[in-house]
Design a protein around this ligand. Structure first.
Ligand code: F3S
Length: 390
């Protein structure tokens, strides 16, 4: 692989140990995937932040890099395993909290913005159309490539951190225009009216096409919140890092010859698969983390009511601060629902505390089942509020 003089210096350890280790990761990745060179990135999003997933080995790795590592580009973090300020109220143990705080401290020492959200595009990590970035949260990767028109592979936590510490990434996969063309056309003949409908579309499509890049026709219009849900779902159930949605997303693609249809029956079947719970004991919204508009909707729905079940509202802390000013926070907290900033119901260690999760997120169902052994119910936000306050 062709390396610049600065790349070679970084690899030789002239910029410190953390940079040397990072370059070794990036060069190895580049060689494995046949990259011809490394390119600059303008932004990084790091996943794998919860101590629940990192464990002691991950914490040690981060602490080691933090001895002399400093990020070179704007870098944000995915959700942690707990609300970094309000963890006691969410039932997190002091032992877990101590470890999670050390993880976040290590990132902070490296200059990472420790906001802990899977919607970095809501809190200012929004590069310009066409820029190369290194993001590693699957829903945010799909959103970055497809909705924002950025170029990123689906990075792992270590490779994203390596890009943050060097400002570089190997040029392969989604960084090359020839790999960003649609491979299959999708004709949506289903009625999509709610955020869960878009989550179900992502589920149905992901199961049918896997990692293929789709050109999706017939959706008509989609809000930011619907696209956020769709990105999370298609990346979870299929694995694609990019889609094109005719008339909605900004990238240009040739039209593939092969096509498949998504019908109302596909959407109904997806919803059926995501429902296997009866007695709900945890209601959660905010997967991916809620937009300000969605927080306002939850506040209006909960106003003057009391929740009778544990209800989590998962958000980025900076967005909650704006919600505080808007009066949304008071309406939600007065109902007894709890904000879960910096975290979510899937990455927090909740196994054994709750059995059945109700959520409006198809991705939340997948990770709730996988990480916390929940059974799940898949509903609209209005139905979730009714369920929580019944
Ligand atoms: Fe975000 Fe947690 Fe969902 S990280 S996308 S809220 S599973």
């Amino acid at each position: 692989m062709e390396l610049t003089r600065e790349d070679r210096e970084m690899l030789a350890g002239k910029h410190g140990n953390a940079v040397r280790q990072s370059m070794e990761i990036l060069v190895s990745l580049g060689e494995i995937f046949g990259a011809k060179r490394l390119i600059d990135v303008s932004s990084v999003q790091i996943a794998g932040v919860s101590y629940h997933n990192l464990g002691e080995a991950g914490l040690e790795y981060l602490s080691d890099l933090a001895r002399d590592g400093k990020v070179r580009v704007l870098t944000t973090l995915n959700p942690a395993g707990m609300d970094m300020e309000n963890w006691k109220n969410l039932g997190i143990s002091p032992d877990f909290a101590e470890k999670q705080i050390r993880v976040i401290d290590a990132f902070k020492r490296m200059g990472v913005i420790t906001t802990c959200t899977c919607t970095p595009y809501f809190i200012g990590n929004v590069p310009h159309f066409g820029e190369h970035v290194a993001w590693s949260e699957s829903s945010a990767v799909a959103y970055a490539n497809s909705v924002l028109g950025l170029k990123t592979n689906r990075e792992g936590g270590p490779s994203a951190l390596a890009s943050a510490l060097t400002g570089r990434t190997p040029e392969f996969g989604m960084h090359l225009d020839e790999n960003r063309q649609a491979q299959v056309a999708i004709d949506v003949k289903a009625r999509l009216a709610t955020v869960p409908d878009f989550g179900a579309l992502g589920y149905a499509l992901g199961k049918k096409i896997g990692k293929k890049i789709p050109l999706i026709r017939g959706v008509g219009k989609a809000s930011v919140e619907e696209l956020k849900s769709f990105c999370a779902s298609i990346a979870t159930y299929g694995g694609t890092a990019l889609f094109h949605m005719e008339g909605i997303t900004p990238n240009v693609t040739a039209v593939p010859k092969d096509s498949i249809t998504i019908s109302d029956e596909d959407i109904a079947n997806a919803k059926k698969d995501l429902n296997d719970a009866d007695e709900i004991d945890l209601v959660a919204v905010g997967c991916p983390h809620l937009s300000l508009k969605e927080i306002g909707e939850v506040a209006r729905m909960l106003h003057g009511k009391k929740v009778r079940k544990e209800m989590w509202v998962c958000v980025a802390r900076p967005i909650k601060r704006i919600a505080d000013q808007m009066g949304y926070t008071k309406a939600i907290e007065d109902s007894g629902a709890k904000f879960a900033c910096d975290t979510c119901m899937a990455v927090a260690p909740l196994k054994g505390r709750f059995k059945c999760l109700a959520t409006d997120s198809a991705k939340g169902c997948f990770y709730g089942r996988g990480s916390n052994a929940f059974k799940t119910r898949f509903m609209t936000m209005q139905e979730l509020v009714e369920e929580a306050t019944r």
